[in-house]
Design a protein around this ligand. Structure first.
Ligand code: PLP
Length: 380
């Protein structure tokens, strides 16, 4: 079946007892057993397995072209569980423009457990080759990145990583693109990671994360860790993401359509110093983006003239664009990453320009969005 059909049906069957079309929210922590050590249908305890979560996990696997999906309490919980595949002394090579919270987890938490991290420019596959060491076990990519929308050629990096004698695992954070726009497993990645808080949920009402893999042995190690560490997604949140995913294709098309109208406007605006959008002709990796993504997505970043003051005045003047962190919901959001989402990387090599403004373009009417940006830019 094709993507749009899978988004609505994968992992979901009408409930056998009463025919309910929507997957029920199984609010249960435990399950009656048929006899000692004889669980029914493999359900014993909801940290290990819950039917609502399982439906979502099957759906995620289908959408990413994987074989196994795992749902977690947040994107960072998913990331943390993946990192527990490693042993003390192992080295991780990560992109130098990863999500601020990912950087903080790697640099401020996991370093204390004797994992080594190098942050390299993954948009240049050669610099990935140069930064691999004899102890590298994991390569962590994000594409497009948050907030600079840098694009990495997943296939080119996969070839380099897999040619290395260690055969490190390649993980791709696919939060910004979603499986509708880009499927990293088909381009050679071993694992896909999501913050489902963003486009997969799509309605700014849930925090969740996911890991999707193809390989059975890797999946078994991750399922062990998911249960042993315990940062699982609850049944209500699983239901909300399942529901959100049903409209993912139509939402993503509209996000991108609206974004392209705003991109044309911003590219010509005298107060915009530099526009960043993966499918815009000025983007340095535009060709790669067009090859590996279906459309340019709903995220736009731009540098505004007049520095931090100007950026702050503009975002505070926006009315329809809500001043808020996060992204990927149906409603448009605006923020200044250096002072908000990316404060945790201030002073590090991932530092963000204070005049950068990030838009998460929603699916409201294009003219209303344009009008709001037009009036807000007058305050810049
Ligand atoms: C938000 C985000 C995360 C973290 O996910 P949470 O659900 O907030 O824990 C990871 N990667 C990217 C690209 C994100 O935007």
């Amino acid at each position: 079946m094709k993507f749009e059909t899978l988004a609505i049906h994968a992992g979901q069957e009408p409930e056998p007892n009463n025919g309910a079309v929507m997957t029920p929210v199984y609010f249960t922590s435990t399950y009656k057993q048929n006899g000692v050590g004889k669980p029914r249908q493999g359900y014993e305890y909801s940290r290990t397995k819950n039917p609502t979560r399982l439906a979502l996990e099957h759906c995620l696997a289908a959408l990413e072209g994987g074989s196994f999906g795992l749902a977690f309490a947040s994107g960072l919980a998913a990331t943390d569980t993946v990192l527990r595949l490693l042993n003390s002394g192992d080295h991780v090579l990560a992109g130098n423009d990863v999500y601020g919270g990912t950087f903080r987890l790697f640099d401020k938490v996991l370093r204390r457990f004797n994992l080594g991290f190098t942050f390299a420019d993954t948009t240049d596959p050669e610099s990935v080759a140069d930064a691999l060491t004899a102890s590298t076990r994991l390569v962590w990519l994000e594409t497009p990145t948050n907030p600079l929308l840098r694009v990495t050629d997943i296939r080119a990096v996969a070839e380099i990583v897999h040619a290395h004698p260690n055969r490190p695992l390649l993980a791709v954070d696919n939060t910004f693109a979603t499986p509708y726009l880009q499927r990293p497993l088909e381009l050679g990645a071993d694992m896909v990671i999501h913050s489902m808080t963003k486009y997969l949920g799509g309605h700014s009402d849930v925090v969740g994360g996911a890991v999707i893999v193809k390989d059975k042995e890797l999946a078994e190690r991750l399922f062990f860790l998911q249960n042993a560490v315990g940062a699982v997604l609850g049944p209500m949140d699983s239901f909300l993401v399942l529901r959100g995913i049903k409209t993912l294709p139509v939402r993503m098309d509209r996000h991108a359509e609206n974004a392209s109208v705003l991109v044309d406007f911003l590219a010509r605006h005298p107060k915009v110093e530099k526009l960043i959008y993966p499918f815009h002709e000025s983007h340095p990796q535009q060709k790669i983006a067009r090859r590996q993504m279906k459309n340019g997505g709903g995220m736009i970043s731009f540098l505004i003239k007049g520095g931090r003051e100007s950026a702050v005045r503009m975002v505070e003047a926006a009315k329809l664009f809500t001043l808020a962190e996060s992204l990927g919901g149906v409603e448009s959001l605006i923020e200044v990453p250096a002072a908000m989402t990316h404060l945790s990387v201030a002073g590090s090599q991932l530092d963000v320009d204070p005049s950068l403004v990030r838009l998460s373009v929603g699916i409201e009417n294009q003219d209303d969005l344009l009008e709001d940006l037009r009036q807000a830019l007058e305050y810049a």
